[in-house]
Design a protein around this ligand. Structure first.
Ligand SMILES: C[S@@+](CC[C@H](N)C(=O)[O-])C[C@H]1O[C@@H](n2cnc3c(N)ncnc32)[C@H](O)[C@@H]1O
Length: 249
């Protein structure tokens, strides 16, 4: 399947992949006050008329509003953290367990209530970081998996600020089960930032064409020096998410 198989989807995929605003604009518009307001459930108060107009007029205008619903997710609600407590590792976590040396440092994007992070902890990984915007999910994580929580370095933050604060090539392997990075608006170069921070591997389960913002993920990773070492795309067939294991060239 190509990234541009139908023209409407093709245009938005191309635009989301290639017509991004500059990072300096994102940093100038989205400040710590915006991140902190969103994390504390006060994003609405930051959405001024001027901001809404700029976002409506310029599709690439910086925004983080998509994460607000997740930041406010409650137990028993639509995005309840217990929905992500699984009996088995997701495909990215299983791939990490199967092929990554235990000496590697790991970072999980969207760790939610800690299920995958607990599996990699039990598998013997000792240097693990995680991040999620949902405060309730992290409370659940701490309650359900206290040992994995204590062994890891967990941040309550947005991918955007968290990644910007990480030094280049500071983590061996980044992994994430979707739909997570697909939810990041293209005004933030999420793939570029992941490639800047990851030293060896990026392992993702992605729904590139259906969930969140469509992007040409494979092309974007390739452009940043990462090639596909393994993918389930052919075996999965179209219309579902695929596992991708990218390695740094
Ligand atoms: C569909 S859930 C996937 C959770 C987990 N990866 C799993 O598969 O069990 C999406 C996750 O992304 C998190 N999330 C969404 N946008 C985010 C952002 N901008 N920064 C950090 N976390 C975000 C949500 O809180 C949620 O945990």
């Amino acid at each position: 399947m190509t990234a541009y198989s139908n023209s409407a989807a093709g245009w938005s995929t191309w635009r989301n992949s290639h017509l991004q605003g500059p990072l300096w604009l994102f940093k100038a518009v989205i400040t710590d006050t915006d991140y902190d307001a969103l994390l504390s459930g006060n994003n609405k108060s930051r959405r001024s008329v001027a901001r809404k107009l700029a976002q409506r007029a310029l599709w690439f205008w910086p925004r983080i509003d998509d994460a607000a619903g997740w930041a406010e997710a409650e137990m028993g609600g639509h995005w309840s953290p217990d929905l992500y407590l699984r009996e088995n590792p997701t495909r990215p976590a299983q791939r990490v367990i199967d092929v990554i040396p235990r000496s590697e440092t790991l970072m999980e994007l969207a760790c939610n209530s800690g299920c995958d992070l607990n599996f990699v902890h039990q598998a013997g990984f000792t240097q693990v970081k995680g991040v999620d915007v949902s405060g309730q999910a992290l409370v659940t994580f701490q309650e359900v998996f206290p040992e994995a929580w204590a062994s890891a370095e967990i941040s309550h933050d947005l991918f955007q600020r968290y990644l910007l604060n990480q030094p280049a090539k500071s983590v061996d392997t980044i992994y994430s089960n979707g739909c997570a990075i697909e939810l990041v608006h293209p005004s933030f170069p999420i793939v570029r930032e992941i490639c800047r921070v990851a030293r060896h591997n990026v392992i993702l389960d992605l729904d590139p064409y259906i969930a969140g913002y469509t992007r040409d993920y494979v092309g974007q990773f390739r452009k940043r020096g990462f090639t596909i070492a393994y993918s389930t795309e052919a075996a999965d067939g179209p219309g579902v998410s695929h596992l991708y294991h990218f390695v740094a060239r």
